[in-house]
Design a protein around this ligand. Structure first.
Ligand SMILES: [Zn+2]
Length: 152
C-alpha cells in the first residue's frame, strides 16, 4: 500500500522547468541585448587600461548601465515593445551597411568613368558601358541589339 504514485524526475529536468517558468513570457535574449552586452564588455576591457581615475569610472559606469539595460530587456514582460526596439536596431544596422555599400559602388563607378563611358540605348534605355578613347564607335545594345554611334 502506497500513499501516492510519484514519478521520479532527474534533477536537470526540474532545473529546466524552473528556467522555462522564469523566462516564459519574458523577452529573453535578442540581437540588441547581445549587442549591448558586447559593447559593455569592450568598454569594461577598455576601462581596465585607462589610467585616469575619472575617465575609468565614467567608462565603467557606462558599461554597467549597458549591462543593466540588456538585463532589463531580457527580463522584460513587454515583449512587443522589446521586439520593436530590436527591429529598429536591426534596420539601423541594415541602413548603415547599405550606405557603406552605396559609397563603395559610387567610388568604383567614379574610378571606372576614367576609363569607360556610359551611354543609354536610345531604344530601350539600357545602360551600355564602353571603353573611352576609341573615337567614334558603333555601340550595339546588349539588350535589344539596337546600334547607335557615339564618340568617346
Ligand atoms: Zn537597347
Amino acid at each position: 500500500m502506497v500513499n501516492a504514485d510519484l514519478t521520479c524526475m532527474p534533477f536537470d529536468t526540474i532545473f529546466t522547468d524552473m528556467a522555462n517558468g522564469f523566462f516564459s513570457g519574458r523577452n529573453g535574449s535578442d540581437q540588441l541585448s547581445v549587442f549591448l552586452t558586447a559593447v559593455a564588455l569592450v568598454l569594461a576591457a577598455a576601462a581596465s587600461v585607462i589610467s585616469e581615475e575619472a575617465a575609468r569610472a565614467a567608462v565603467t559606469a557606462v558599461a554597467a548601465a549597458l549591462v543593466a539595460v540588456a538585463a532589463f530587456r531580457m527580463l522584460s514582460m513587454n515583449t512587443a515593445k522589446r521586439r520593436a526596439e530590436n527591429e529598429k536596431f536591426l534596420s539601423f544596422l541594415r541602413s548603415f551597411s547599405s550606405t557603406t555599400e552605396e559609397k563603395a559602388r559610387k567610388k568604383a563607378r567614379k574610378e571606372d568613368l576614367k576609363t569607360h563611358a556610359y551611354f543609354r540605348c536610345p531604344e530601350c534605355g539600357t545602360e551600355c558601358r564602353v571603353p573611352r578613347g576609341k573615337g567614334k564607335i558603333r555601340i550595339t545594345c546588349p539588350r535589344c541589339s539596337h546600334q547607335f554611334i557615339k564618340r568617346t
